[in-house]
Design a protein around this ligand. Structure first.
Ligand SMILES: C[S@@+](CC[C@H](N)C(=O)[O-])C[C@H]1O[C@@H](n2cnc3c(N)ncnc32)[C@H](O)[C@@H]1O
Length: 195
């Protein structure tokens, strides 16, 4: 087995073990495909962005895609609530000095950026793999406020869903729209975004 294939099957095993422990919080029956990961990156200006935030990385499918594209002076702050996933990701990215894996809720973005002295950097993109309906209301409200604040100053926001008509109402006071559909994902998924 090649190193890449071994890494992918280890991601899959980790994903499934957490899915069986917390199905609602994981919110998907399989990790997203590479095709969806690529679609999530569309429109992000990786040349100019110096701070990217990821919510709900899981085993790091989107994280891998961000790291492959981001500028060497760009920081990636990836926020994962599940301690097992967070530990897995810290191991996976321990050699990357510009990747910070934070075990916390996406609802705490502002204090997290403060903690890492990154509050002065402009957030260029927020990439979310979160299962929105499973997020407790206070966290969801704070998270949506952060998305609004950052997108108002130009940050791109990308998330995915299997059912846009169910998801969009959660973000109804934001100018969110459907950007694309990826068939090669289980199940097929839509990318939603702002900017
Ligand atoms: C559907 S999985 C997505 C994983 C990966 N991005 C993918 O697309 O395959 C959702 C992830 O969000 C995490 N999560 C759920 N609620 C969260 C929260 N409030 N803050 C941060 N991460 C959260 C889960 O633990 C899980 O890793």
């Amino acid at each position: 087995m090649t190193t890449k294939k071994r890494a992918r099957s280890s991601d899959l095993l980790k994903f499934l073990s957490r899915y069986f422990s917390h199905p609602l919080r994981v919110g998907a029956v399989a990790p997203s495909s590479r095709y969806l990961a690529r679609a999530m990156m569309e429109g992000i200006d990786f040349d100019s962005t110096r701070l990217i935030v990821e919510f709900g990385p899981g085993t790091g499918i989107f994280t891998d895609e961000i790291i492959a594209r981001m500028h060497q002076e760009c920081m990636l702050v990836t926020i994962e609530i599940d301690p097992h996933y967070a530990e897995y990701l810290r191991g996976k990215y321990h050699e990357r000095s510009n990747v910070v894996v934070v075990e916390d809720s996406a609802g705490n973005l502002e204090p997290i950026l403060d903690r890492y002295n990154l509050s002065d950097r402009e957030v260029g993109a927020i990439v979310s793999g979160l299962p929105t309906p499973a997020i407790p209301k206070p966290d969801l409200t704070r998270m949506i406020s952060s998305i609004r604040r950052n997108t108002e100053t130009g940050a791109k926001f990308r998330m995915f869903t299997y059912a846009p008509s169910v998801m969009i109402p959660y973000y109804d006071w934001l100018p969110i729209r459907t950007l694309s559909k990826t068939w090669r994902n289980i199940p097929p998924a839509y990318v939603l975004g702002i900017n």
